[in-house]
Design a protein around this ligand. Structure first.
Ligand SMILES: Nc1ncnc2c1ncn2[C@@H]1O[C@H](COP(=O)(O)OP(=O)(O)O)[C@@H](O)[C@H]1O
Ligand SMILES: [Mg+2]
Length: 225
């Protein structure tokens, strides 16, 4: 049986007023279930814009984005939000953890938002903390954690819903090499366990090479390297 098409970008063009040329110009990308791709490109080449379009956080000037055969421009804001909560895990360069909530609560939050049994969710979050080597940090607040630990919590929060699709924008960009490797390996292991598809934006070719395909974004177009 052929694998399901998770993400389908067709002829995506994005124009920002004030910029001479479209930042993205007729981009086509297909991502199948369990497949991983990296997107590289210099700063300002449109990588984050592309990720935002994939999640319906921004609207293309032309072209269409489909997730699981559903065209995003047919969904209203609350349907889009529901789809993201259910299907997509985000990891950013900055952790964006909620400062007034513990590591455990931050990881638990997406499950609470999704709804369901609290006790089960709590147990899953505890298990996630254990997998991330953070059991002893469950009751700590973000400011009490190291940079690497915070980013591990951010990975846990993104992956706790076992997302079909993970959008990661320089997920280890703020970490030193040793911590970056540790966090990234945990991230990949969890993504594989959950059979999530990954779109990884990174400057780091060592990380990009761990993905099945590398796309290079330059002057609005994308090349498969
Ligand atoms: N909302 C916006 N309005 C206008 N220009 C924007 C907006 N967002 C990003 N840009 C511009 O689009 C270009 C690409 O930005 P971005 O997608 O963040 O690139 P990257 O993630 O590759 O560094 C940059 O020149 C940026 O200034
Ligand atoms: Mg960016």
């Amino acid at each position: 049986m052929s694998k399901a098409l998770i993400l389908n970008l067709q002829n995506i063009t994005k124009v920002y007023t004030g910029l001479d040329a479209p930042i993205l110009n007729k981009i086509n990308i297909r991502l199948y279930q369990g497949e991983n791709i990296a997107i590289t490109g210099v700063s300002g080449s449109g990588k984050s814009t592309l990720l935002h379009l994939m999640a319906g956080l921004d609207i293309p000037s032309e072209g269409s984005v489909e997730i699981n055969d559903q065209k995003l421009d047919t969904l209203n804001q609350s349907q889009l939000a529901a789809m993201r909560n259910k299907l997509i895990g985000f990891v950013y360069q900055a952790h964006h953890l909620l400062p007034d909530f513990t590591a455990l609560e931050n990881i638990l939050m997406p499950l609470i938002i999704k709804g369901g049994n609290y006790k089960k969710a709590h147990n899953r979050a505890l298990k996630m903390l254990k997998t991330l080597g953070l059991s002893k940090r469950a009751e700590h607040y973000p400011h009490q954690l190291s940079g690497g630990e915070r980013q591990r919590v951010a990975v846990g929060r993104a992956l706790i819903i076992e997302p079909q699709l993970i959008l990661a924008d320089e997920p280890t960009g703020n970490l030193d090499h040793k911590n970056a490797k540790l966090v990234f390996d945990m991230f990949l292991e969890l993504a594989n366990e959950f059979k999530s598809s990954i779109v990884l934006v990174t400057h780091d070719l060592e990380l990009a090479r761990k993905m099945k395909k590398i796309y290079h974004l330059a002057e609005g177009t994308i090349n498969n390297k």
